[in-house]
Design a protein around this ligand. Structure first.
Ligand SMILES: [Mn+2]
Length: 432
C-alpha cells in the first residue's frame, strides 16, 4: 500500500470541483480527434504509461554563481527530498522514479532509503556521481580535473567514487550511472586536448569494468562551464566516440541545455538513436546557455520535435528502444515542487503530441517531397491542445486534475516550512 504524503481525500475534493469541466473538454477533444481518425482513449492510455524521473537536487531551491535565495521548507536531507518527490508523483502520476546524486544524497542507511522509496511508491532511476567539487577531507583535489586530471591520485579517487556510486545504486535498485565531469581547460595551452581525452577513456574503462551486466553508463556531454575554453566531453560526437570505445553498456545522455544556442538537438537524438547509443535525457529548457529552466517553458516546439524523433525510433525499433527520461532543472525563483510538476506535465505533453503525428501521412509527404504539407503535419499535432488528455490520464491514475492547484490547496509547503527549519550543511541542490 503506497503511502500518500498529501491526504488523498483533499486531492479528491479538489478534483471533484473540476471533474465536470474536464469531462466536457475531454469529450469535445475526443470528438475532434475522432474526425481525424484518432481514438482519444488510446492516447489517454498511452499518456498513463509515461514516466520521467525527478532529480533529487531539483527539490531544493537552486541558485546561480551569484547567489541562492532559499525557499521555505526546503528538504534538508535525502529522506525529505523523497517526500517531496512523492508529492510530485502523487499529483502528476508521471514521475515514478527519482534520480539521486552522490555524495549529496548518500544515505546513512541505504536499505532504509529503499524501504522509504518502496513505501512511497517510488523507484530509482540512474544515480549521478559528483567529481566536479571536492568533499571535505578529500585526499586529492579535482581543481584541475577528475577523470582526466594529470594527477594520478585525483583520477583514481574519481574512478573509485563512481564505483562506490554503482555499489550504492545496486542496493537501491538503480540500473544506471550518469557520469558528467566538468573537466576541461580555461586557457589555451592549459591542457593537451588529445591527452585529456585519452585519460578520460582510461579512467572511464575502470568505471565501466565495475558496471553490472544489466546496468548502463550514461555519458553526459556539455559544451562549456565550468571549463570556459574547452570541455573534455563537450559534444555528442565525443560522447558517442567514448560510448563506442567503452562498449554496449555505455550510452550517451542528452541534456537539452548542454549545447550551443540553435543547435538542432532533435537531429542529435535521431543520430544517437540510429546507432543504438541514445541512453537518456536530462530535460530542461534554456534561452542562452545551460539555463536549467523548466521544461517546455521557452521552446516547447523543440521538445515536441525531440519527442517526434523518439516516436519515430520507437516505431522503427520497438521495445528495444527505451531511453531513460529524467528532468534536470534548477529552480531559483519558483517553488521547486511546482516547477517539477509543471515540467513533468510539459514533457508528457510533448510525448502525447508526438503520438498524435499522422506518421503515414508524414511519410507520404516526405516521399513525394510535399514540403509544406509535411511541415503542416507536424504542426497539426503540435497545435493540438492535449491538456484534457493529460488531466484525464492523471485523474484515472489517481492524481490531480490540476496538480499545482491541488498542491496549493493542500498547504503542503506551509506545513513543511514548520517541520523543516533551515539547518546548516543541508545536502546539495543546484545546477548540474
Ligand atoms: Mn544534466
Amino acid at each position: 500500500m503506497t503511502k500518500n504524503i498529501i491526504d488523498a481525500g483533499l486531492v479528491e475534493q479538489h478534483n471533484a470541483k473540476q471533474r465536470a469541466e474536464l469531462q466536457a473538454d475531454y469529450d469535445a477533444l475526443g470528438g475532434m480527434l475522432s474526425r481525424r481518425g484518432v481514438d482519444i482513449e488510446a492516447l489517454t492510455a498511452k499518456a498513463q504509461t509515461f514516466g520521467v524521473a525527478v532529480p533529487s537536487w531539483g527539490a531544493g531551491t537552486g541558485g546561480t554563481r551569484f547567489a541562492r535565495f532559499p525557499g521555505k521548507g526546503e528538504p534538508r536531507d535525502v529522506t525529505e527530498k523523497m517526500e517531496d518527490c512523492a508529492v510530485i508523483n502523487q499529483l502528476t502520476r508521471a514521475t515514478p522514479a527519482v534520480s539521486l546524486h552522490f555524495p549529496w544524497d548518500k544515505p546513512a542507511d541505504p536499505k532504509g532509503l529503499r524501504e522509504q522509496a518502496d513505501s512511497l511508491g517510488l523507484g530509482f532511476d540512474a544515480v549521478n556521481s559528483n567529481t566536479f567539487q571536492d568533499q571535505a577531507g578529500q585526499s586529492a583535489t579535482y581543481k584541475f580535473g577528475s577523470l582526466t586530471s594529470t594527477n594520478k591520485a585525483s583520477r583514481e579517487l574519481a574512478v573509485q567514487h563512481n564505483i562506490d556510486c554503482i555499489e550504492l545504486g545496486k542496493t537501491l535498485g538503480s540500473k544506471g550511472l550518469t557520469v558528467w565531469v566538468g573537466d576541461g581547460a580555461n586557457f589555451p595551452g592549459q591542457s593537451n586536448l588529445r591527452g585529456a581525452l585519452e585519460r578520460y577513456i582510461d579512467s572511464a574503462r575502470g568505471i565501466y569494468a565495475a558496471l553490472p551486466d544489466d546496468w548502463q553508463m550514461y555519458i553526459e556531454h556539455k559544451l562549456f562551464e565550468p571549463a570556459f575554453y574547452c570541455s573534455v566531453i563537450a559534444d555528442w560526437g565525443t560522447s558517442f566516440a567514448v560510448a563506442q570505445t567503452l562498449g554496449d553498456k555505455a550510452k550517451c545522455l542528452v541534456d537539452l541545455g548542454h549545447h550551443a544556442p540553435n543547435t538542432n538537438i532533435e537531429m542529435i537524438v535521431a543520430r544517437l538513436a540510429q546507432f543504438g547509443k541514445l541512453g537518456g535525457f536530462h530535460f530542461n529548457d534554456s534561452k542562452y546557455g545551460d539555463d536549467d529552466l523548466d521544461s517546455g517553458s521557452i521552446d516547447p516546439f523543440q521538445l515536441f520535435l525531440i519527442f517526434n524523433e523518439l516516436a519515430d525510433s520507437q516505431a522503427r525499433d520497438g521495445a528495444a528502444f527505451n531511453p531513460s527520461y529524467m528532468l534536470d532543472q534548477s529552480h531559483n525563483v519558483t517553488d521547486p515542487i511546482e516547477s517539477l510538476m509543471s515540467s513533468a506535465v510539459e514533457v508528457q505533453r510533448a510525448f502525447v503530441q508526438a503520438a498524435l503525428v499522422d506518421r503515414t501521412a508524414l511519410v507520404g509527404f516526405q516521399e513525394s517531397n510535399d514540403v509544406l504539407q509535411a511541415a503542416q503535419t507536424l504542426k497539426k499535432a503540435f497545435r493540438t491542445d492535449v491538456s484534457p488528455i493529460l488531466a484525464m490520464a492523471r485523474l484515472r491514475s489517481g492524481g490531480a486534475i490540476d496538480p499545482v492547484g491541488a498542491y496549493r490547496a493542500a498547504g503542503y509547503r506551509e506545513q513543511v516550512a514548520v517541520k523543516r527549519p533551515p539547518k546548516a550543511g543541508a545536502s546539495g541542490s543546484g545546477i548540474v
